[in-house]
Design a protein around this ligand. Structure first.
Ligand code: UD1
Ligand code: MG
Length: 470
């Protein structure tokens, strides 16, 4: 018990020293969208969701998010998170945004400022800033070959940082500086609150610039350090749909690189989209143009052919998913073969060695080992036993227009082609259903059941209709 308390005390002590402020009030005019900018997605997760994930990984005492445009929608999107939301009614600049958070800052803590539109911010780079923020102003900078639009890091004769000058306020010499401000910085709260109270909007954009605090630090003889990152990807902000598309690609390239490093075979690393978390075992192969959404696990030796969309699914050892298959909230058993052109919908569980073929739709179906549904079928709200063969065109009629009912098919059943099973209905073990039957009552085990038009007639020398001459 004593040891446990000690560990907790240590963690709490560490947490208490850090506040994180995320600036997310901007309108995002250049996105040309009704949706707040920070709710657009990278890799299936909102831009702000990425920033909040980074903040949480740093284990702060508080996360304060400054919102403005579309603030209510943003709050709702993160209703589950433990966040202090601060409203910036009018967006008067980044300094003004941080001023709104001042009432929530802890006196003896340090603050890390993150931008809500820089989604892929790197946890390790933030840690470096936080380590220095106990007594200094630490900023994250990078060298950008085209620095247009960014605040420039101005260094003095000894290489020390003396100011950040915004692009619109910079003179010709300053515009030639390629070291730019990422907007991410950390400092002790005692200094931050003092410097924020000194900001003015006497500049080219009539805004309260957060970046002016650098010059105040220099005046107050507080050290300013700029950590230069080489990882442009982690500090690029999103202002337009072009930026969104570029960051998405960069993100996908990194996801693909990680998978390749782990030993996953990607037929073309540039034609893979992971919009969530993809976990792969050994010797997994993924062909081109596949999209993985939510949480997807591919166990050892799984093969995914081209053009599949797989969402929240577990595909077990050695299963093969053939082209153009859609899987959504389902489990696929070992050595199964699904597709091409199969649609596996929510609630479906396939046991080992199952086969599902082209133009088959399964919904909330539990299919046991070795069963086959190979052609043109709809099987919904059904329990299917072991070694069942469902013929081409079989439909479980599970819906009467108001309610849904289940179909139970026991082990070793053979259902002939073009059969309709009107649920609720049970087909007993080892039963055979003749092709073309409409089954409305339970079918007994070990029997042949059929239900078709009684008489088969033939009309000799039948002439088919011919087209009328014009
Ligand atoms: C800012 C920096 C610039 C840096 C660049 C990096 C300032 C003055 N400039 O410029 O040095 O190179 O980021 O991308 O800080 N925001 C608010 N309220 C406001 C204004 C902005 O919450 O009143 C938020 C925005 O939603 C955004 C972030 O602050 O998430 C940055 O604002 P933005 O207007 O994009 O600043 P930049 O002009 O890009
Ligand atoms: Mg910006």
């Amino acid at each position: 018990m004593r040891a446990f308390l000690t560990t907790c005390d240590k963690i709490n002590a560490m947490n208490k020293s850090l506040n994180i402020v995320i600036l997310a009030a901007g309108k995002g005019t250049r996105m040309h969208s009704n949706k707040p900018k920070v709710l657009h997605e990278i890799g299936g997760k909102t831009i702000l969701g990425h920033v909040i994930a980074c903040a949480k990984a740093l284990n702060p005492q508080k996360i304060i998010v400054v919102i403005g445009f579309g603030g209510e929608i943003v709050r709702e999107a993160f209703a589950q998170e433990n966040i202090i939301w601060v409203n910036q009614v009018e967006q008067k600049g980044t300094g003004h945004a941080v001023q709104q958070a001042v009432p929530y800052l802890d006196d003896n803590a340090n603050t890390l400022i993150l931008l809500g539109d820089v989604p892929l911010v790197d946890v390790e780079a933030c840690k470096k800033l936080i380590d220095q923020a106990t007594s200094k102003l630490a900023i994250l900078s990078f060298n950008k070959s085209d620095p247009t639009g960014y605040g420039r890091i101005v260094r003095g004769g000894l290489g020390n940082v003396i100011a950040i000058v915004e692009h619109k306020d910079a003179n010709e010499t300053q515009r030639n500086i390629i070291e730019v401000n990422t907007g991410i910085m950390a400092m002790p709260n005692v200094y931050l609150t003092k410097w924020l109270s000194r900001l003015s909007n006497n500049n080219a954009q009539s805004e309260y610039y957060l970046t002016d605090i650098v010059a105040f630090a220099v005046q107050d003889k507080i050290d300013v350090v700029a950590e230069i990152t080489n990882d442009e990807y982690s500090v690029t902000g999103i202002n337009s749909k072009t930026d969104l598309a570029q960051i998405e690609r960069m993100h996908q390239t990194r996801v693909a690189d990680k998978l390749l490093l782990q030993g996953v075979t990607l037929r073309d690393a540039a034609r893979l989209d992971v919009r969530g978390n993809l976990t792969c075992g050994r010797d997994v192969e993924i062909d081109v143009n596949c999209v993985f959404e939510g949480d997807v696990t591919l166990d050892d030796f799984v093969k995914i052919a081209a053009n599949c969309v797989i969402k929240n699914a577990h595909i077990k050892n050695s299963a093969q998913i053939l082209s153009f298959t859609h899987i959504d909230n389902a489990q696929i058993g070992e050595n199964s073969r699904i597709g091409p052109y199969a649609r596996i919908r929510p609630g479906t569980t396939l046991a080992a060695e199952t086969h599902v073929g082209n133009f088959v739709e399964l919904k909330n179906a539990q299919v046991d080992t070795g069963s086959k549904i190979n052609h043109l079928s709809y099987v919904g709200d059904a329990t299917i036993g072991k070694n069942v063969n469902i013929g081409a065109g079989v439909i479980t009629c599970n819906y009467d227009g108001a309610n849904k009912f289940r179909t139970n098919i026991e082990d070793d059943v053979f259902v002939g082609s073009d059969t309709q099973l009107i649920a609720p209905v049970t087909i007993g073990k080892n039963a055979t259903i003749a092709a073309g039957s409409t089954i409305t009552k339970d079918a007994p085990a070990d029997s042949l059941t059929f239900c078709r038009a009684k008489d088969q007639k033939s009309i000799a020398n039948w002439k088919r209709p011919v087209k009328n001459k014009k």
